[in-house]
Design a protein around this ligand. Structure first.
Ligand code: BES
Ligand code: MN
Ligand code: ZN
Length: 496
């Protein structure tokens, strides 16, 4: 076990739990769990204090509700943290994940170095998914982005011993550790500014990850893209001094079974290009490479977990800048597929880089393509900041993604592929237009990408414009980049 974001977890059985020497004892509860508290074998003074507190406060079972009490245990002060994880139907792994995020921030705030965490629900050998969610939440809730703070204090590590009878608890926590490190890495890539993360830097990051995890890698630079006539990604990148790159990663964990492609939008900064964005909050567009960061992280995690699947990852990276060499609104470009695109707005650049990338994925003979992108403001208007849009040509793939997301604590909604939207993206003078205005913007954006996927290939597009960043810290999410999508793509790889 290792530290992730300053937290280290391990697991023990209740009769091995060393409550006496812990600085903090965390008790995670729902109402239905209260009678089972005695099974945790808490020291008498702790058990008494908890029961007395619960007798007076029955409002603490809401997910993430947290109370800290200080008790005297034979002259030593111990912190008791009681945290709610929902009642009845609500006591689900995802509320565990959220509550655990709140717990790890409280432990850090209280400068705890040794904690024991006990939850009656973990006294059941079939509850590995609860334990995994709990550990993921502990690690992820403690995430901080401090790379640019010259006075950043090194946080003292906190080790959390989880009391559980879950089978293979150590392996389960190990999985959570790998997944949470991957999500944290995706958060960090998104949080780094545009001057630090250029397409070339994405290529270097991918090369590092490939070497570490034994992934095959191919880095397609501007010349290669020109050779392959990838006119759409080249057009997006042509206004920037930072050249575009397409990066191909391959994980072969299932012999000659068919491959699935994960394709990520990697716009390292989206100024809008000549169709320039308003200056207010434009800086947030440093995270427009989140899709690519998520794909890179997911592949690393999948390789570390040695999942039995075949995945090819494609990062479509470019910087969208205005300038003398930039593409103009009205330009018509020829994509790698041969289809022509009228550039109605240079700010609809994500779908263009993805057009060439999903087409290229199909050249590898993949069975299905999942693209992930901070594609449209319309996705935020439609579903808000906590649910991503799915646009797909295959209902059962969309359902599988929704289920994988649910297990991962990431929420999705399947939007309809409306015939009027398919019509709207057809061009008058070119084959397609890259922008159709405000109506159903997340659907038209998705369907545009789908137009470059070969017939017969299953495809789903995940629009994470809303979910890629959080405005406030809550549960296991921390303000800034969320890494949303990594956990879904990993669980999806387990299912396909
Ligand atoms: N990267 C943006 C989408 C975005 C907006 C993500 C806000 C996160 C927050 C994308 O490239 C974009 O500019 N989309 C346009 C598309 C339009 C021109 C068809 C949009 O949503 O306005
Ligand atoms: Mn844009
Ligand atoms: Zn963009």
């Amino acid at each position: 076990m290792m530290f992730v974001n300053g937290i280290k977890c391990n697991a023990v059985n209740m009769n091995e739990a060393d409550y006496r020497h812990a600085d903090a004892i965390v008790i995670m509860l729902c109402k239905e769990c209260v009678p089972a508290i005695e099974k945790l074998l808490l020291p008498q003074n702790i058990g008494k204090t908890v029961s007395a507190y619960l007798a007076l406060h029955d409002d603490i079972f809401e997910p993430c509700e947290l109370r800290s009490l200080v008790v005297d245990s034979d002259g030593k002060l111990q912190l008791i943290v009681i945290v709610g994880c929902g009642c009845g139907n609500e006591c689900k792994p995802n509320n565990f994940r959220k509550a655990a995020g709140v717990v790890s921030r409280e432990l850090q705030r209280q400068k705890i170095s040794k904690a024991v965490l006990a939850a009656p629900i973990l006294l059941n050998n079939e509850r590995a998914h609860y334990l995994q969610a709990l550990a993921e939440g502990l690690y992820l809730g403690a995430y901080k982005f401090t790379e640019y703070k010259s006075d950043a204090k090194k946080i003292a590590g906190c080790s959390v011993t989880v009391v559980s009878t879950v089978n293979e608890a150590v392996q389960t926590i190990g999985r959570a550790e790998i997944i949470a490190s991957g999500v944290s890495y995706a958060r960090t890539l998104a949080n780094r500014p545009g001057n630090a993360v250029t397409p070339e830097v994405m290529a270097n990051e991918a090369a590092k990850a490939a070497a570490e995890n034994g992934l095959e890698i191919e880095i397609l630079d501007r010349n290669y893209l020109a050779d392959k006539k990838m006119g759409a990604i080249l057009a997006v990148g042509q206004g920037s001094n930072n050249a575009p790159y397409m990066i191909i990663l391959k994980y072969n964990g299932a012999g000659d079974a068919p491959f699935t492609a994960y394709v990520g939008k990697g716009i390292t900064f989206d100024s809008g290009g000549i169709s320039i964005k308003p200056s207010a909050n434009m800086g947030e567009m440093k995270d427009d490479m989140t899709g690519a960061g998520v794909v890179l992280s997911a592949l690393s995690v999948i390789a570390k977990l040695k999942l039995p699947c075949n995945i090819i990852g494609i990062l479509a990276c470019a910087e969208n800048m205005p300038g003398g060499t930039a593409q103009r609104p009205g330009d018509i470009v020829t994509s790698a597929s041969g289809k022509t695109i009228e550039v109605v707005s240079t700010d609809a650049e994500g779908r263009m880089v993805l057009a060439d990338a999903v087409w290229y994925a199909c050249r590898h003979g993949v069975k299905r393509v999942i693209d992930i992108a901070t594609l449209t403001g319309a996705a935020i208007i439609a579903l808000g900041k906590e649910t991503a849009c799915i646009i797909s040509n295959n209902d059962s793939l969309a359902d599988t993604i929704k289920i994988a997301g649910k297990m991962a604590g990431e929420s999705y909604w399947h939007m309809p592929s409306l015939p009027e939207c398919k019509k709207a993206i057809k061009g008058e003078i070119a084959d397609l237009v890259n922008s159709t205005g405000r109506e159903a913007g997340c659907i038209t954006g998705g369907l545009f990408i789908g137009a470059f996927v070969d017939e017969g290939v299953e495809w789903a597009h995940l629009d994470i414009a809303g979910t890629s960043t959080a405005e406030k810290t809550a549960g296991f999410t921390v303000k800034g980049g969320t890494g949303f999508g990594v956990m879904t793509l990993v669980r999806l790889a387990e299912r396909i």
